[in-house]
Design a protein around this ligand. Structure first.
Ligand SMILES: [Zn+2]
Length: 179
């Protein structure tokens, strides 16, 4: 964002209109942390929550019409709606979200409303009938998308993509606090 040199670990801000993300130094990051102000950029928070109490049935998952076992959801402020994306060989793909299905899930699990619009996401992972839920910074979702895209081979991503996926969720698990 400014001309300061940055190390490997740094923060991000989201341009709320274009949805692009920018790397920031700490002083720039702190300019955009006020969630109540009408700002063109929003700093991406660094909290990770594991939402163990969230109950989503396999049937509810199917109603979300997500074609793969991973998806993230966030409130897109300039569109005034919740949007859903999933990772794939072409990067993040937006899924046409059946809003009623999502609203039913949120009504039963109000902790999902805790995600800050534009900058935090609800990350869901389905394995068999087991669906786990995290609240994560939006940049973590794009990190996952980027890691999978780089390693994706063939129809289902291949072994290397699966290893990236496991490594990503291990790091999320290690950082996550109980919601
Ligand atoms: Zn800066």
């Amino acid at each position: 964002m400014c001309s300061a040199a940055m190390g490997g670990e740094h923060s991000h801000v989201v341009d709320v209109r274009s949805r692009s993300m920018m790397c920031t130094c700490r002083p720039c990051y702190l300019l955009f942390t006020n969630a109540d102000a009408a700002l063109a950029y929003r700093s991406v928070p660094d909290r990770y929550l594991r939402c163990d109490a969230v109950a989503i049935s396999p049937g509810q998952w199917d109603d979300l019409a997500i074609p793969v076992g991973i998806a993230f959801f966030f409130t897109h402020s300039s569109r005034q709606q919740v949007v859903a994306f999933y990772p794939g060989p072409a990067g993040a793909t937006e899924s046409e979200l059946p809003l009623k299905a999502w609203e039913d899930i949120v009504e039963a699990n109000p902790v999902l409303l805790a995600a800050e619009q534009d900058v935090e996401a609800i990350l869901l992972r389905r394995r068999g009938d087991d669906i786990t839920c995290y609240l994560v910074p939006i940049d973590a979702c794009y990190e996952l998308v980027g890691r999978l895209r780089q390693q994706w081979r063939g129809f289902d991503g291949g072994q290397q993509a699966k290893r990236e996926l496991e490594a990503f969720f291990e790091s999320v698990e290690a950082r996550a606090q109980p919601a």
